[in-house]
Design a protein around this ligand. Structure first.
Ligand code: ATP
Ligand code: MG
Ligand code: MG
Length: 551
């Protein structure tokens, strides 16, 4: 019998189900603001919200929290939908927008005014923040705090129809200017913003504040468990206050730790800065922490979901080692990626006793981890390329690959022996190796009894196709690029995060489609970049075979 341990959110939910709270329903939501592309941190929230609903036979809404007209855009809505679907989740017909509730939210604000729980303040933003006080010192009540309900209703209505300038008036909740929780010191509910909204156009010139819109949207949708990140813990009393004052359905807000992977930034605002400043090539640059960047880099949805699962649900913020995510994608691609021969840094080898013009087909296994993946034919001929690093002119004792007079096996082919080499004396570069092959050593029918210590990958020179290969390193040089508040995170950008090299690959790679995954044997996992053309194939290295960063 399997013993499954519950995370703390599941504990709460199972308690609620057994108490028949909300009639035993589980209803969550993923609530992105459409002001940028989703990042790996969001995948934690997506897996948690959609995954928890699935687990308990409930529902999960996709709700765009679009209350900030200036920064939001339909492009972002579309990318967010694409990324959630790609991760493997489906909201069916439950796609909602906070902006769909603007009329209802306005009515809620009017109800608060009528209860004497909200007022229009004429103070400037500076005056309001100067009188807010400090956590240990009470704030000062606004001189407009005791306006009559009638006057507030009239002013709020006139805010709505556009009579006042931006910043000249604001609707505030009337709570407690001496509360130790600063969020309860008469927080703003509605502000004037004369900006077109990506969905409601020019219909509104006042917009609800996040705290007001968010909880009430949850309530309108019948959400039962509103899962959000830890920074909202201090907002929870306000979340609860609005729902109680308005006496509406009351979802429970539960906070969990943000996912902050090492060597990355996960803030849409900072990612936008990287895109706008051309520090990267767009939102889906394979070095970005965005879901679209990971997709383009060759990560699979399964690898991201498994990673989110493995790191669990924490109550305290911390940095998660990015090596865990790399491990997860290695594990997944090992099972699914077809093996190909590819040489990243080619060195020409002439097999002097192999007949000129002859081509021999070698049987190569497509995926040793997948019996059904079958085999393919690899052409072998007199001239091949091997990896430059697989030869040393003067090898140390522990180097078992090629050197003058040494023997190695070419995978799926023959054992070869290095007889001679050419060297460019001016640069010291080895230009060609001359080897002989032993016809009795063919893989699968070796009768020679020879033992060699290394097996090399190779491609036939006349059959190989050129391949541009993009090697990625961490985008930032420090674990926590935003940890030092004195410094701009861009100071920690890694100038060597992208290296482009020209390699050679076996001919079968020409039938790959954009984003297809492969393993170049001995090199790592790669995918075909969507910018590839028939004339120019481009491969992204997703991850190396082993964790080269392990200390
Ligand atoms: P950003 O600073 O990147 O804009 P955000 O929290 O403002 O992040 P939202 O679009 O509001 O972004 O996020 C949607 C949901 O995803 C929210 O519930 C938020 O708490 C959650 N979320 C955002 N970032 C992370 C993260 N790094 N780890 C886990 N959940 C996250
Ligand atoms: Mg947010
Ligand atoms: Mg944000």
């Amino acid at each position: 019998e399997e013993i499954e341990s519950l995370n703390f959110i599941e504990h709460i939910i199972e308690g609620d189900i057994s108490n028949n709270k909300n009639d035993g329903r589980v209803h969550t939501r993923f609530p992105p603001e459409p002001n940028g592309y989703l990042h790996i941190g969001h995948s934690k929230s997506i897996c948690l919200n959609f995954g928890t609903a699935q687990k308990y036979g409930g529902k999960c809404n996709l709700r765009f929290d679009d209350t900030n007209p200036a920064t939001e855009d339909t492009e972002y809505v579309n990318s967010i939908e694409q990324d959630i679907r790609w991760l493997g989740f489906d909201w069916e017909d439950r796609e909602f927008y906070a902006s769909d509730y603007f009329d209802q939210l306005y009515d809620f604000a009017v109800r608060l005014i009528k209860k004497g729980k909200a007022y229009v303040d004429d103070q400037t933003a500076e005056e309001i923040s100067a009188t807010r006080g400090t956590p240990t010192e009470a704030g000062k009540e606004s001189p407009y705090r005791n306006r009559s309900v009638e006057e507030n209703l009239d002013l709020f209505e006139r805010m709505k129809v556009g009579e006042f300038e931006e910043g000249s008036k604001i609707l505030r909740a009337k709570i407690d200017m001496s509360s130790p929780n600063m969020h309860l010191r008469d927080p703003a509910i509605y502000r004037i913003k004369k900006a077109a909204h990506h969905r409601t156009g020019d219909k509104w010139c006042i917009y609800p504040m996040y705290d007001f819109a968010h909880g009430l949207s949850d309530s309108i949708e019948g959400v039962t468990h509103s899962l959000c990140t830890l920074e909202f813990e201090v907002h929870r009393p306000l979340y609860d206050w609005f729902l109680e004052e308005l006496d509406v359905h009351h979802p429970q807000q539960i906070e969990f730790a943000r996912l902050n992977p090492s060597y990355m930034v996960t803030s849409k605002r900072k990612l936008l800065e990287l895109v706008n400043g051309n520090y990267v090539n767009g939102w889906d640059d394979p070095r970005m922490s965005t879901i679209s960047g990971f997709r383009r880099r060759g990560y699979t949805p399964e690898s991201i979901r498994n990673f989110c699962d493995k790191i669990g649900v924490a109550k305290r913020n911390g940095i998660v080692d990015i090596a865990l995510l790399e491990h997860s994608v290695r594990e997944d691609l090992n099972k699914r990626a077809p093996r190909k021969m590819g040489v990243l840094n080619p060195l020409k080898v002439v097999i002097t006793n192999f007949p000129e013009g002859e081509v021999e087909m070698m049987k190569a296994i497509n995926n040793p981890e997948d019996e059904n993946a079958g085999t393919r034919d690899l052409p072998f001929s007199r001239e091949i390329y091997i990896e430059r690093g697989d030869f040393m002119e003067d090898p140390p004792r522990k180097f078992f690959r090629l050197g003058p007079g040494r023997e190695v096996r070419l995978k799926y082919a023959y054992i070869i022996k290095c007889e001679d080499f050419d060297k460019d004396e001016s640069t010291g570069e080895i230009t060609t190796l001359y080897c002989t092959y032993d016809p009795n050593t063919k893989s699968g029918s070796d009768t020679s009894g020879k033992k060699v210590k290394a097996t090399l990958s190779w491609v036939s020179a006349q059959h190989a196709v050129d391949a541009e290969i993009r090697l990625y390193d961490r985008l930032f040089t420090v674990e926590d690029p935003t940890g030092d508040k004195e410094k701009d995170f861009k100071e920690f950008l890694n100038p060597d995060s992208l290296a482009i090299i020209q390699g050679k690959a076996e001919p079968s790679v020409t039938s790959l489609k954009a984003l297809d995954h492969i393993q170049f044997e001995r090199q790592g996992y790669f995918n075909l970049d969507p910018d590839s053309t028939e004339a120019k194939l481009i491969f992204n290295r997703t991850v190396t075979l082993k964790d080269t960063w392990a200390k």
